[in-house]
Design a protein around this ligand. Sequence first.
Ligand code: SF4
Length: 305
Amino acid sequence: MHIYPSYYNDFKCIASRCKHNCCIGWEIDIDESTMEFYNSVSGDFGQRLKDNINHLDIPYFKLSSDERCPFLNDKNLCDIIMTLGEKHLCDICTEHPRFHNALPDRIESGLGLCCEEAARIILSQKEKVTLLNSKSTDDQILILRDKIIDTLQNRDKTIENRIEDMLSLCDTSLSKRPISLYCDLLLSLERMDEKWGELLNMLKENADAIDFERFDQFMKDRTHEYEQVLVYLIYRHFANSPDTQEALKRARFSAFSYEILRALGAVIYYKTGDFDFEAHVELLRLFSSEIEYSDENLYTLFDTI
Ligand code: SF4
């Protein structure tokens, strides 16, 4: 059984139009069968492949001094696609930004928020997102997960009330701490992009001055954006927990993520007088790259929140 959200097939990489190309800043591992093929390529391009791959236990593309994939050309297009064809991309490049969770009776797939185009697609869903091909199950974590998604999509309630309902369904709570302590926790984690640290410091310095009610009023016609983020986080992280206790941590992580994303949105609004759709996309991209795409950061938060 292959489950995916209703927007899943809408994704198409925007390549050279992407502001934060995923071929910059990430070391990409190459799977075995693609590596075998690359080893068989002859001529100048074969030599270029050999020169630009680190042949360690798990081979990966060597990044240039400005952190670009060596096959990303100056028009921000991929020379492997242009020379060998898209079917010869390695698994990671082919799949990104899709994720797949292998559960006992199903594969659940989705789009990851670390890609700006995926974030745009997810945030722009105005209707409740449905999971396609979903069938009834007797797996208790999945049953609870589906109830949580229904709760988060209950548009008769505020986002905060929906989160409270989610936590009480899980018989847990999020201990409220001052926003500056949340910032300290996030600032103590491994950092990929200095912009993330600057944003957290800006929030920490201005936390007491922000008028959150004014920000909530500004966002009142865009609560579906927060709903989509919460549904995404629960869909992506809850059901692949090894046990119920771990799943509850992930519900708390989702509630925490909302708190911090709302506060970061509020500080951007406080400092610039605006927080438009594209600013929200960029915030989510940054959050996801820093937190969701670092196992170390993600599991530290699961265990600390
Ligand atoms: S981040 Fe997304 S849109 Fe940008 S190049 Fe990568 S896959 Fe394409």
